[in-house]
Design a protein around this ligand. Sequence first.
Ligand code: PLP
Length: 294
Amino acid sequence: MTRRFALIIDPVDASEERAEYADTFTVVDAAAPALSVGELSTQRGDGVFESIGVINGHAQEVVPHLERLAHSAQLCDLPVPNLEQWRHAILVAAAECPPGEAVIKLILSRGVEHGPTPTAWVTAAPASDFSVVRETGVRVVTLDRGYDLTAAERAPWLLLGAKTLSYAVNMAALREAHRRGADDAIFLSTDGFVLEAPTASLILRFGDRFVTPAPSGGILHGTTQLSVYEYLSGHGFEVGYERIPASDLARADAAWLVSSVRLAAPITAIDATSLSVDQVLTPALNQYLLSPRD
Ligand code: PLP
């Protein structure tokens, strides 16, 4: 099953009640052409997106995803998305998803060159099977991201912290990790701090304390990391956002890459250092992440 839904986006401030626009979108055939060849901004990666996990027809963490979409749009000077309209489209797309795990993508691009409005669409498709990697984990290598922690503030045009359509660098980093015999990567800033993975957030365990890099350094604030923190705090663990020096990675008792569709993948090695998989918490986290959450 793959279905694609096209949305007409209202560029007016979404803070107003725009209920009349809530269902102004068109269902299109995912196998048929739907975008204009004049869609230059999409070709340039000039837009933003979200990937939302769907479990048995329930779209997970919709509000944090919509908030991040709006934040990314703001960083990219795109019109404020009509969140009611997106929410409604997500519900329609989720209802089309088969039982089991699926993924909904929201895409908002600047649209046709010199066009009056952005172009926006939603896709729904079955998710890959990540059940094995959630148990056996991933080997990761650290890779230089090429900027320091002050870059986001110093150079806002780099759009660090926005989930833009330009993921070519992230995909190249994954290919480099594979070339080095690993499954995934952790980006480091040039001043030696831990950032994030190309498509996931990093959580480290030190005893009963859990830390993740502070999202102020130009990384995405992961919706899955937020959910994991809610679970951990609810179970009496201490959680925090920190500047994490790369040298701390080798000291961690356990570590995970967490993201909306793969969920919690335990890390079994960072560069040359092996890490043991937390055999109690890892299945518990994934069980929690697979339960319906808003
Ligand atoms: N960081 C990056 C660069 C990502 O691409 C993603 C997800 O795609 C994440 C972190 C994790 O975000 P989320 O948990 O909301 O999926």
